[in-house]
Each structure stands twice: as structure tokens, then as C-alpha cells.
Design a protein around this ligand. Structure first.
Ligand code: ZN
Length: 181
């Protein structure tokens, strides 16, 4: 059976990482989507493990060592983006691989990014490469998804809505399933 880690980025107490008006913490969005992705993928027969914890801020090193120890088939990190700390017009969705990704990571990023764009109709910012520890140091296909900007008034409203959270979760689950089955 395939097993994957779904990682809600950051933690409930992480400094910064919120909308300019403070009404949404990034973790609250990340976790809500992670719960929905888990539900969808579990229904498809996958084993889904969380590397985050809603009662504490889990260190990146702990998330990475869990993934590598369990030898999961994929590591999916869910985030919301920010550009600066004030409201601005930056918007859209982007998906990251590490700087020197495996082919499997690129394929997974491509499927997820495409599914998100088709499901949400947000601006497609494309597949990007980033030097994120959870992507660099994990030993399986790994992607990090930025589901919209907390610093954009329109997207901040979407990030708070359960409809949008579900759309993102459906797209992520669909994209991952395309690659694993
Ligand atoms: Zn984040």
C-alpha cells in the first residue's frame, strides 16, 4: 500500500505567517487543507501520515526525519503564500520542487499544479525550484504547494473559505493520485 506524508506548513504559533490584518494564520489554512487531503486519499486506499501537529510547532528536521524513516512514497507540503507583509496585488498558485529534483518530483508537481489551476481558476504561476529543507533533505518525491497569497485581499478571502480549501484539497489529491497509481 502506498503511504504518503501530508505536511501542513509551519505551526499554530509560528510568528508572522498570517494575513496583514491578522485574521488568518497560515497554519490554519494549511492544516484545514491537509485534513481534507487526508480524507480524500484515505478513501482511495492510501495511508496518509501528518508531519505537523496542531498543538505545537514541529521543527523542519523532525518532519524530514519522519518522512525518511517511514520511507513514504511522497511528501506533500501545503502552504499559503505571502509577498511582503502588507496587502498587494501578487496572486496565484505555484508548486515547488527542490533545486535538483527527481523526475518523479517534477511529474508530481506538474500534475498537482495543473489540477489546482483547473479546479480553482487562479493565476498559474507555474512550477518553480526552491531551496526548501523539506524538499532538499527528503529522499522521496517531494513538492511544496503555495495555494494563493495571504497578502492579496481576494485570495485571503478565498483561503478562509471552506469551499476554496476543499477545491485545493481535491486538486492536490487528484494530482497525487495520478502519480502514485
Ligand atoms: Zn508557508
Amino acid at each position: 500500500m502506498q503511504k504518503i506524508i501530508v505536511d501542513a506548513g509551519h505551526g499554530p504559533h509560528t510568528a508572522g505567517k498570517r494575513t496583514p490584518d491578522g485574521t488568518l494564520r497560515e497554519f490554519m489554512f494549511n492544516e484545514a487543507v491537509a485534513i481534507r487531503v487526508k480524507k480524500l486519499l484515505t478513501a482511495e486506499g492510501l495511508t496518509v501520515i501528518f508531519s505537523h501537529d496542531n498543538s505545537r510547532d514541529v521543527a523542519l528536521s523532525e518532519r524530514i526525519s519522519l518522512a525518511n524513516k517511514l520511507k513514504v512514497d511522497a511528501f506533500i507540503s501545503i502552504h499559503a503564500n505571502a509577498y511582503g507583509t502588507d496587502w498587494n496585488t501578487a496572486n496565484g498558485i505555484e508548486t515547488y520542487t527542490c533545486l535538483q529534483p527527481s523526475k518523479a518530483s517534477v511529474i508530481m508537481a506538474t500534475h498537482v499544479q495543473q489540477a489546482l489551476q483547473m479546479r480553482t481558476y487562479r493565476k498559474d504561476r507555474g512550477i518553480k525550484k526552491g531551496n526548501f529543507a523539506v524538499l532538499r533533505e527528503t529522499t522521496m518525491p517531494a513538492i511544496l504547494i503555495e495555494c494563493g497569497f495571504m497578502t492579496n485581499t481576494e485570495e485571503a478571502k478565498l483561503l478562509k473559505s471552506t469551499d476554496y480549501q476543499q477545491q485545493c484539497a481535491q486538486a492536490i489529491a487528484f494530482g497525487v493520485l495520478c502519480c502514485l497509481t
